[in-house]
Design a protein around this ligand. Structure first.
Ligand code: BES
Ligand code: MN
Ligand code: MN
Length: 455
């Protein structure tokens, strides 16, 4: 029996297992889900053991890491798979057509939080390994799985874990499926990710909410102050106005510009799919350049004052917002967040108190675009999806990828099976059944293709 025949025969069982994995509400951001995180990690560990790997849970300062391995032949290459079992909060729940943690298939799509980001994708590799193990009795390469529970909260504990377990994690190449294909008909290999760094801004006014009749006109309203500051984060050309923000940003190369132009991209369909009246961004750049090769700054949320039913005549005591900046290679997360802090302090009115909480971040990465590992990935995708992959970049971030290079000295193959229409982080997240199946087949093929690479 070939691994592909095995995958075909076990398709039903495999979907049941994926559904089990998807049923854990493993929301890393919320402490109320701590137990669900543990249960999910335990289930995954048991599953990895059941398919024939040595697996265990490693506690960290935060949510645990699941680690598994199979040593086939000391002389063969070793592949380190990385993925995450944590998911984004599912809210707003009322916009989901079905329960985010009760997976269902509708029109060929698996609907569940984590379907595409990242449970469905990492599970494809688990099942690809299982298929080859079952069909051949062994693997053509050695495999290690590192599946964490904190990716969606910026991988807070993982760098330390990697530094502490360098030997255990030693490998020849890292494989990550946590990105997207270029489109529903064009699979892709991703060669670049943006980095990310986050900050929270708190603007305080009076020491309590006060009557807006008695005090209106006498003090600065913190919401006004915050909004005015937010309004100064970009200039009229769509550039980020933080001084020095672009100081380390390299221009988009001629080569990249040409490559991006070659990709099939329908600006109007893109606009329509988002339901916006027009696209907008940094002047002088295309949409693809803006999201793949230029940095960005966004306010993710803003709060303050009275939002309940009816009216309440107050000047609120405070207003706050959360900001993330997307970084391209060479931008340093700490440097950039220091620059943001300096700028906000400069533009804040003297009549309010400003507090800024800076969170850690991760730099952008570019991984090699050629070489034997990449060729192997391309051939595996051809087997799994029936098409050669495009080479693309991604505007999102996978924080730990830069650490694989700096701590472990390893390059990463980013082979995404998802789609942007899969609604990662949004209501009604989904993963196409065909992409899951093609992903499993790609994963099986990848083992043989990587085995051919002479390290
Ligand atoms: N899988 C995504 C990265 C990604 C985003 C790939 C968009 C393809 C398209 C990952 O799980 C993610 O969401 N990362 C976060 C990191 C953040 C929480 C530090 C991100 O990019 O916002
Ligand atoms: Mn992800
Ligand atoms: Mn995500």
């Amino acid at each position: 029996m070939t691994p592909y025949e095995y995958l075909k025969e076990t398709a039903g069982k495999r979907m049941d297992e994926l559904f089990k994995f998807l049923q854990f509400p493993s929301v890393s951001a919320k402490s109320e889900h701590k137990k669900d995180m543990l249960d999910c990690a335990a289930w995954l560990t048991d599953h990895l053991k059941a398919i024939g790997l040595t697996a265990r849970i490693y506690p960290t300062g935060g949510h645990p890491v699941v680690y598994a391995e199979y040593t086939a032949d000391k002389k063969a290459p070793t592949v380190l798979y990385y993925g995450h079992y944590d998911v984004q909060p599912p809210e707003p729940l009322e916009l989901w057509k079905s329960d985010p943690f009760k997976p269902v298939i509708r029109k060929g799509n698996i609907f569940a939080r984590g379907g595409t980001d990242d449970k469905g994708q990492v599970f494809a590799h688990v099942k690809g390994v299982e298929a080859v193990l079952k069909a051949a009795g062994t693997l053509p390469v050695n495999v290690k799985f590192l599946i964490e529970g904190e990716e969606e909260v910026s991988s807070v504990s993982l760098p330390k874990f990697i530094r502490k377990n360098k030997k255990m994690l030693a490998a020849d190449i890292v494989v990550v499926s946590d990105t997207a294909q270029y489109s529903s008909t064009l699979p892709a290999v991703t060669y670049g990710l943006r980095g990310v760094v986050a900050a929270e801004v708190m603007v305080s006014g009076p020491n309590r909410d006060v009557h807006s009749g008695s005090y209106g006109g006498a003090i600065t309203n913190p919401i006004h102050a915050l909004c005015a500051m937010v309004g100064q984060l970009h200039d009229k050309n769509g550039k980020v106005a933080v001084p020095g923000f672009y100081s380390r940003v390299k221009p988009v190369t001629k080569w990249e510009r040409k490559q991006f132009k070659r990709l099939p991209f329908n600006q109007e369909a893109y606009r329509k799919s988002l339901g916006v009246p027009a696209l907008a961004g940094e002047k002088g750049y295309s949409t693809i350049e803006r999201t793949w090769s230029r940095p960005a700054l966004d306010v993710n949320g803003i709060t303050g004052g009275y939002q309940g039913e009816g009216g309440k005549t107050i000047i609120p005591s405070w207003a706050s917002c959360k900001i993330t900046m997307r970084l391209v290679p060479d931008m340093d997360p700490t440097d950039v967040s220091n620059k943001l802090e300096r700028y906000l302090k400069k533009i804040a009115p003297k009549s309010v108190t400003l507090k800024i909480k800076k969170h850690g971040g991760a730099p952008g990465v570019v991984v090699p675009m050629d070489g034997p590992w990449l060729d192997a990935a391309g051939r595996a995708i051809k087997v799994g999806f029936g098409k050669n992959p495009l080479f693309i970049k991604e505007g999102g971030s996978i924080p730990i990828v830069s650490d694989f290079k700096t701590i472990l000295g390893l390059d990463t193959l980013l082979i995404g099976f998802g789609l942007h229409e899969g609604n990662a982080h949004s209501p009604n997240e989904s993963f196409r059944v065909v992409d899951f199946e093609n992903g499993c087949r790609t994963a099986a093929a990848l083992l043989f293709e990587l085995a051919k690479v002479k390290a």
